[in-house]
Design a protein around this ligand. Sequence first.
Ligand code: ADP
Length: 267
Amino acid sequence: MLDELQVRPGEPARLAERETKSRLGLGEKSDGYARLAELQEQLRELQAHLFGESRRSVLLILQGMDSSGKDSTIRRVFEGVNPQGVWVRGFGRPEEAELARDYLWRVHRDVPRRGKIGIFNRSHYEDVGVVRVKELVPPEVWQRRYHHIREFERLLTDEGTRVLKVWLHISHEEQRARLQRRIDDPERNWKFEPEDIEARRDWPLYQAAYEEAITETSTDWAPWYVIPADRRWARDVAIAQLLVDTLTEMDPQLPPADPRLQGITIP
Ligand code: ADP
């Protein structure tokens, strides 16, 4: 399933041709939830080993349009995982201290420690996404960032962080329904910002910017996955599977027991 969702390095991302509503061959919603529960169990165990090993880390980067489900993915996929082993960081509009440095400064400062799974809710991709669409810097500035980003992610990988990048792919219509719910449902009102309407108006510009960013930065060491996200359960299963497959391949090992433990009985 994940093979098809990966953007092959060197090939165009072609977002418009990718599905948003796929069931990923998982059957009904109830089948999806059953699968998710199994994957959560595996993730819990693998994460405990990563934490015990404390030599490497995983960084999951989540990007997507407003209401694509970045928050709920984090809430659902990591249900039951030891919170001590997870590190979540959201990147909103840069603050003064962040604008006073290069755009990667705030990102690099917050990468996960060894032993942890770090989750970025938005990331340095905003610096070639919203920054491009809103023309916050001239084209020659954001264009050269692809090169920085590829090399930055190479550095992280070389030093023991597995970098996984996910584009939560929703349709224009699904976004309409979700934003409307934010207006209609008092429990969700707080999530609505008038700027969301502006970003929705610029939908084609954002899609084009991300399509290019994904194409330019899907590498062998830090590939992009375009995850169909109109159905929340299919989205969650795909991302849980991505984490489980990655951690299984990493095969984190608990440190060997101290030989002095042999035969000790606590008095
Ligand atoms: P969310 O909307 O994801 O819940 P926030 O409201 O904290 O989170 O901030 C998100 C907003 O910050 C988005 O509109 C996003 O485009 C913007 N943002 C993030 N990074 C940057 C950046 N580097 N430059 C400008 N705007 C950014």
